[in-house]
Every structure is written in C-alpha cells, then in structure tokens.
Design a protein around this ligand. Structure first.
Ligand code: C2E
Ligand code: MG
Ligand code: MG
Ligand code: MG
Length: 280
C-alpha cells in the first residue's frame, strides 16, 4: 500500500510541475513577441525633494500590456526577461525611451532608470547609456541609474569598473532598495553612490514598529554624514511623510505624492500633481 501511495503522490505532482513549466514557457513565448508588438510602456512616478517641496524627477517603471491578461506586474515578468537575456535589448529600449522622454521635461527634472544585474554582465552597457544620452540630447546629469545591492553581490572588479565608467559619463548612480541586502553597509564602501533609496518595507512599518523607524533615521543620518541624499520609498500617508521629514530624509517617493503614470499624463509641479490627484 505504501508503494501505491508513493506512486500516487508522484503522479499527483508530475502534472502540476508540468503546468508550471508550461505557464513559464508560455510567458517566455509571449515576452519574446511583446517588444515587437509594442506591448511595453514606461510609466513614470514622481520623486519629491521634501525640503523644497518640489518634484525633482521621475522614476521610469516598466509596464507590460499583455493582449489577453492586461497589465502584468514587473515582479512577474522581469525575472523571466532576466533569465532569458531579453533584458539586454529591452534594457536598451528602456534607456533610449526614458532619455528621449526626459529631454522634453523642464531642465531641473531628472529621470531615474532601473538597471538589472544582468545588464552589468554585458560589456555593452556603458555604450548603451552613452548612446541613449547622445541620441536624446539629455544632459548626463539628468540621468540617474538605480541599481540594487544584488548588482554588487559578487563585488567583482568588472562591475565596479563599469560603475566608474558610467559615473565618468556624468550620470548619477543611486542605490535602490537599501537595507534589504545581506551587507548593505559594505556595498556603500564598494562604490561612492550619489543617492540612497531606503527600501519601502522600512517605511511601510515605521509607524507601528520602532525598530523600522530607527533604521530609517539611521540611514538618513548616514546619508547626511556621507553627503548623500536619502530617498524614502513607498510613502503613502501624511504621517509617514512627517516621520521621514523628522528623520532627515531629503526626498520621497510614493503613492501619497503620485502613482506611476504614462508619460502623456505627467505634470511637473506639485500643485498640478495635487490637482490631478483630486480629479483622478
Ligand atoms: P523599484 O525600483 O524599487 O521601484 C519601486 C516600486 O515600488 C515600483 O513597483 C512602484 O510602483 C512601487 N511603489 C512606489 N510607491 C509605492 C507606494 O507608495 N506603495 C507601494 N505599495 N508601492 C509603491 P513596480 O513598478 O511594480 O516595480 C517593481 C520593481 O520592478 C522595481 O522596484 C524594479 O526593481 C523592477 N523594475 C521596474 N521597472 C524596471 C525597469 O525598467 N528595469 C528594471 N531592470 N527593473 C525594473
Ligand atoms: Mg528603482
Ligand atoms: Mg526600490
Ligand atoms: Mg524594488
């Protein structure tokens, strides 16, 4: 009987894994067609300088309009485009598109673009960034590249050297999702970042958990000692805004100020942003 049960269990799991694998293959097939079919779009979310109370820039966030499934969240498809290597050509499109868009904005407003660790394994990255700047005419200091700690996980010389080459182009480098890695502080030593983005998980729990508040305050102090602006991610309420202000963060990003929106819907002042929020 034990044998029969064992076989039963085995049979039960096999088709299940098959279904997962098939779903994954289908996703890959759809993703390979997506770029050619124009299904990708960049949305832009405002970043606010909370001392000046002004929009300082926008983060470009990738969106996929699937023909049948509608909007698919990045968390679901970015790992797949990374695994399949599609991120390399798509990443070039993201850089080109976001620089072209930002070139139309007021000159004091920057664009922040996320780079995947996979893009750093490709030697052409620095050239892609440089090409996007030249093609769009965007001043390099208006482009900010956001990288997560995972880019520096292997802390190899090639990655750090690419970061220096990017910096030499005149672009800024921000550390994204700070505090979620295994040794966040040591990453700050590997490269002199221009900005720290405090992960939204700390901001979300700050009001209920004093340890999260203490972490946000410490990172803001650290940024200030190192001369780096600190952005609090995921600010959703006025209370959170007050807390990050008191903690000494310099910038904020989150639904409280605005959700990511298509380029054509952007407005460039906080007042106009509040107007659209009231209308929406
Ligand atoms: P990220 O770079 O940390 O981007 C911030 C994420 O937080 C975005 O999710 C944004 O929509 C979300 N967010 C912003 N404010 C709030 C808030 O107040 N509350 C909550 N709950 N969420 C907020 P999104 O657009 O789903 O992107 C998720 C992640 O996917 C990004 O995290 C980034 O790691 C990756 N990603 C998105 N676009 C790109 C891209 O163009 N290239 C690469 N390589 N990665 C991208
Ligand atoms: Mg980011
Ligand atoms: Mg982040
Ligand atoms: Mg993230």
């Amino acid at each position: 009987h034990a044998k029969a049960d064992g076989r039963g269990t085995f049979r039960f799991f096999e088709p299940h894994m098959d279904v997962q694998l098939q779903a994954r293959r289908a996703l890959e097939v759809d993703l390979r067609k997506a770029a050619a079919n124009g299904e990708f779009e960049l949305f832009y979310q405002p970043q606010i300088n909370i001392n000046l109370n002004e929009i300082s820039g926008y983060e470009a966030l990738l969106r996929w309009h699937h023909p049948e499934r509608g909007l698919v969240p990045p968390a679901e498809f970015i790992p797949v485009i990374e695994d399949t290597g599609l991120i390399v050509t798509l990443g070039e499109w993201i850089l080109d598109q976001s620089c072209k868009e930002a070139a139309k904005w007021p000159r004091n407003i920057h664009v922040a673009v996320n780079l995947s660790p996979v893009q750093f394994r490709n030697r052409g990255l620095v050239q892609s960034v440089s090409r996007a700047l030249v093609a769009s005419g965007l001043a390099p200091n208006r482009l900010e590249l956001e990288i997560t700690e995972s880019v520096l996980l292997q802390d190899n010389e090639a990655t750090v050297s690419m970061l220096h080459q990017l910096r030499r182009l005149g672009v800024r480098i921000a550390m994204d999702d700070f505090g979620t890695g295994y040794s966040s502080l040591s990453y700050l030593r590997s490269f002199p970042f221009d900005k720290i983005k405090i992960d939204q998980s700390f901001v979300r729990e700050m009001s209920q958990r004093s340890d999260c508040l203490a972490i946000v305050q410490s990172v803001a102090n650290l940024g200030s000692s190192l001369g780096m602006p600190t952005v609090a991610e995921g600010v959703e309420t006025e209370e959170q805004l007050r807390q990050i202000q008191a903690a000494g963060c310099t910038d904020a990003q989150g639904y409280y100020f605005g959700r990511p929106r298509p380029a054509r819907e952007l407005v460039h002042t906080l007042e106009a942003l509040r107007q659209t929020a009231r209308v929406a």
